[in-house]
Design a protein around this ligand. Structure first.
Ligand code: UTP
Length: 302
């Protein structure tokens, strides 16, 4: 990579975390969805790890009412760390101390959860002059290189905003933003249009937008002109459709795994997958399943 590209590398990652998390109630009544743990750290920590691994040095959280614990999590905890050291748990203290050092943290506030488009607009003051990454923390992505880095590679080549795609089944298209796109090289597309949560018969394709974006700062002008869209919310997808009239937008089908932790079923699946991938946890999961099956079979033969 030449030094100019290095200089232009995306350094700011925006995380909207002001949503209500209604699909995960009652757990999310008092705990932000983004603070639900996946193995040993909250979902939002997984997202920040990805942003840092992608080269980002600034993180902007768009927070809202009841989301204070997210801000606290990324602040230093000098007392806890000192106590742990006093008790000979220096390694754990190092883990605690490493969190606030991950990046430079900034906070924007969304007074009401009026939709993803509105949340992104709230981060404008931190992203006015340069491309920025947008990461939805309930999509936990494991990919090498990271999903954001894969988008960055497309931006470097074609110059424009880049969306992250996954092919979904026809019955799932109405859950996502769906693109109408022309493939310009294997797995890379130039966007012709997009629609939020279409009916299956009206969907232009089965290519769905997932929770990683690389956006040009021109998006803010289009976010300001947004009208309420699907579900009565200000939809980012509508702003991107409007941005298309001004400059090209690209997309790539990411290579990697996505764990949808915004719903109970996905969160459970993610927990099992992550545990099976962990050398120390794998045997615990397998033993629990074997024990459950043995007792279920025992019940049947009684
Ligand atoms: P979701 O689409 O998952 O919405 O938001 P949600 O409100 O959190 O959850 P449900 O649909 O009620 O279960 C994706 C990301 O965007 C944030 C959320 O916090 C989540 O991280 N978001 C969403 C905002 O910050 N503001 C909004 O107005 C909407």
């Amino acid at each position: 990579m030449n030094s100019n590209a290095e200089y232009r590398r995306v350094r700011t990652a925006v995380f909207p975390v002001a949503g209500l998390g209604t699909r995960f109630l009652p757990a999310t009544k008092d705990i932000p969805k983004e603070m639900m743990p996946l193995i040993d750290r909250p979902l939002i920590h997984h997202g920040v790890d990805e942003a840092v691994a992608s080269g980002c040095t600034r993180v902007v959280f768009v927070t809202g009412q009841g989301k204070e614990s997210i801000c606290r999590y990324f602040e230093p905890s000098f007392e806890l760390s000192a106590l742990l050291r006093e008790r000979g748990k220096g390694e754990l203290a190092d883990v605690v101390d490493s969190i606030y050092k991950l990046a430079e943290f900034h906070y924007a506030y969304q007074a009401k959860p009026l939709g993803l488009g509105h949340a992104v607009l709230c981060a404008e003051e931190f992203c006015r002059d340069e491309y920025f990454g947008l990461l939805l923390p309930d999509d936990v992505m494991t990919a090498e290189p990271t999903a954001l880095a894969q988008l960055e590679a497309v931006r470097e080549k074609y110059e424009g905003s880049v969306l992250c795609l996954e092919e979904v089944s026809p019955e799932d298209v109405s859950r996502y933003g769906i693109v109408d796109a022309e493939e310009i090289e294997p797995g890379v597309y130039r966007i012709k249009g997009l629609v939020e949560k279409p009916k299956p018969e009206e969907a232009p394709s089965r290519l769905a937008i997932m929770g990683r974006y690389l956006l040009s700062p021109k998006i803010f002008k289009h976010l300001k002109n947004l009208k309420r869209g699907a579900g009565g919310e200000y939809q980012l997808t509508d702003a991107i459709a409007s941005l298309l009239e001004e400059e090209p937008v690209y997309a790539t089908v990411y290579k990697g795994q996505r764990l949808d932790c915004g719903i109970k079923e996905g969160w459970i699946q993610a927990t099992v997958v992550k545990a099976l991938e962990d050398e120390k946890l794998r045997d615990i999961v397998l033993a629990a399943v074997a024990e459950y099956e043995a007792s279920a079979n025992g019940e049947k033969t009684k």
